[in-house]
Design a binder for this molecule. Structure first.
Ligand code: SF4
Ligand code: SF4
Length: 99
């Protein structure tokens, strides 16, 4: 399951830089987690880093995004593939010629 941040968040800024998937960002009032980027840290760490660090324990699992560990690993692999190196960007056919 992806995780989510409840309204008990105190905006301490601790979790955002520690997320290996850049899934955490500042929302309109409190921090939020993009469920499409959160893998519960599967692929990176044994435990969810944000949960380990949050001082007020306001990051439960998101019941709206139930996923198995295999699905979380597949999401991790998909996210990794979305971060192309220079060769892959070139292969995508984007013209690099300045006008
Ligand atoms: Fe990011 Fe991991 Fe927290 Fe998900 S569990 S938001 S991937 S730090
Ligand atoms: Fe909010 Fe917890 Fe993240 Fe701090 S660590 S910004 S309290 S969710």
């Amino acid at each position: 399951m992806a995780l989510w941040i409840t309204d008990e968040c105190i905006n301490c800024d601790v979790c955002e830089p520690e997320c290996p998937n850049e899934a955490i960002s500042m929302g309109p009032e409190i921090y939020q987690i993009d469920p499409h980027r959160c893998t519960e840290c599967v692929g990176h760490f044994d435990e969810p880093q944000c949960v380990q660090l949050c001082p007020v324990a306001c990051i439960p699992v998101n019941p709206a995004h139930v996923e198995t560990r295999a699905q979380l690993m597949a999401k991790y692999e998909h996210l990794t593939a979305l971060s192309p190196g220079p060769a892959e960007v070139s292969a995508a056919g984007t013209p690099a010629t300045p006008s």
